[in-house]
Design a protein around this ligand. Structure first.
Ligand code: SF4
Length: 153
């Protein structure tokens, strides 16, 4: 019998996968309970691992807005100045493809990430109001993203 729960995309680190840039996770037990209560089924996804960056990996930030990155006007770079724009774009496209494949219209993604942040992200080395690259692409394509800080018991 098929699973009647509604599939939703979730940052894999929020579900306990050790895929953060520093090899740690952001497991959020409260989110797991909330998904259960709403009858939602988590489809885990990590855009940066999908883009081939590996774990651990250097921290990275956007040169300007995520919209500028997607439209080719800005890059994503590591602290050492390595250009990882292509990997971030691949990760975002993988997230969108996963949503299309599963019929997903809703996502819960980790705040403050240069990929997954929806209210805050890292631009030019600082934490600022703005979206990550994956969130920008998902929202452009009709997937509604909710930001989750993570690490709640
Ligand atoms: S915030 Fe997003 S890109 Fe970063 S580790 Fe979690 S799932 Fe991967």
């Amino acid at each position: 019998m098929s699973d009647p729960r509604l599939p939703v995309l979730v940052s894999a680190c929020l579900l306990g996968r050790e895929c953060r840039y520093d090899g740690r996770h952001n497991r959020d037990s409260a989110l797991e309970r909330e998904l259960d209560a709403r009858g939602e089924r988590a489809v885990p996804f990590c855009p940066e691992e999908h883009g081939g960056l590996g774990t651990p990996r250097p921290a990275a930030w956007l040169e300007a807005s995520a919209a500028d990155v997607l439209d080719g006007r800005a890059r994503v770079v590591t602290d050492a100045g390595i250009d990882v724009t292509a990997q971030f774009r691949d990760g975002a496209e993988g997230a969108l493809a996963t949503c299309v494949a599963h019929g997903i219209a809703k996502a819960y993604l980790k705040e403050r990430s240069p990929s997954c942040g929806s209210r805050n992200t890292h631009v030019a080395g600082a934490l600022v109001a703005g979206r990550g690259v994956t969130v920008e692409l998902l929202e452009r394509n009709g997937v509604r993203v909710s930001g989750v800080e993570g690490r709640r018991e």
